[in-house]
Design a protein around this ligand. Structure first.
Ligand SMILES: [Zn+2]
Length: 314
């Protein structure tokens, strides 16, 4: 694909393999913006770090959330930088409100850009997004909770991607199984990625929470700590995902200073995002030079126009 080749040239120092099974999550970098990227035939996904943005402490620097008290213009610039690096249109990003629930919502062209520039337009009471629409970048914001990306593929090239927000509450409530069931309507899950999040090294919990995990996924609670990655993998498998299709980043957001960590920063910090989207067929990509789909009521603004407008707002 032309987009992939162009991206690789621009990234220069990118391409470091940081983890992977069965295919790698690659560390990529462009103009200081750093993320982990994966993908397959017809879909791509990325997990951002906190590196390469413009936000100041405690959001330094690539905070991508409009819900944590950071400056609007800074967050929009950060979102623009990540989108530019990855090759999708920042104003088309779809953002969910995230309430630690299990609602996974199907989104289409009508939701394009929901929450991209205004948190009050994020899809309400939603913790998971899925789509069959190309060039519709779905997001989940996290800073220790587990971001999970699913890709599914059915017959006749039908595809779907999903982004899911799984904190311990959502995990227990079954959001990952719910996501697998929904994309399963398109076809089997070809890849499930468990992104950077609080690891078994750091997720100390109270006994009550630990016992609930142990009851659902024996072995996931040990020495006062819960292994969310194991719980996630087992929930995905129970919902029908082939174990060989599950990739774990293996990166703990508390231990690894490249990431925002709610626990390490005592609740005052930014959010990284997992973003996933389907690529259009042919030689086009989802950047400003390409993209498909009807333009609905949300007129895609040029990124620069939007930033300038927001920067002037109170
Ligand atoms: Zn850790």
């Amino acid at each position: 694909m032309s987009s992939r080749r162009d991206g690789d040239e621009a990234r220069g120092s990118g391409g470091t393999v940081v983890s992977g099974e069965p295919a790698a999550l690659r560390e990529e970098r462009r103009d200081g913006v750093t993320w982990l990227e994966t993908g397959g035939d017809g879909w791509r996904a990325a997990f951002s770090t906190r590196l390469g943005g413009v936000s100041n402490a405690p959001f330094r620097s690539l905070n991508l959330s409009l819900a944590v008290g950071d400056h609007l213009a800074d967050v929009l610039e950060n979102r623009r930088r990540l989108a530019a690096g990855l090759g999708y249109r920042a104003p088309w990003l779809v953002v969910a409100e995230q309430v630690h629930g299990v609602r996974v919502r199907r989104v289409g062209p009508h939701e394009r850009g929901a929450g991209a520039g205004d948190q009050s337009e994020a899809l309400p009471a939603t913790d998971g997004l899925w789509t069959t629409e190309p060039c519709l970048p779905l997001s989940v914001s996290v800073a220790d909770c587990v971001p999970v990306v699913l890709s599914a593929r059915g017959t006749e090239e039908r595809r779907a991607v999903a982004t899911l927000h799984a904190g311990w509450r959502g995990m227990i409530a079954g959001i990952l199984g719910q996501g697998v069931r929904l994309v399963g309507g398109v076809g089997p899950v070809t890849t499930a990625v468990i992104g950077p999040s609080i690891g078994p090294c750091c997720f100390a919990v109270g006994e009550e929470v630990g016992e609930r995990f142990e009851a659902l996924w024996p072995g996931s609670y040990r020495d006062g700590r819960v292994d969310l990655w194991q719980a996630a993998a087992r929930q995905l498998e129970a919902a029908g995902v082939d174990a060989a299709r599950i990739r774990r980043s293996g990166l703990c957001t508390v231990c690894d200073q490249r990431f925002f960590s709610h626990r390490r920063e005592h609740g005052r910090t930014g959010r990284q995002m997992a973003v996933a989207w389907l690529e259009p067929g042919g030689l086009s990509d989802c950047g400003d030079g390409g993209g498909t789909g009807p333009r609905e009521h949300r007129t895609p603004l040029g990124d620069r126009d939007r930033s300038r407008k927001e920067a002037g707002a109170p």
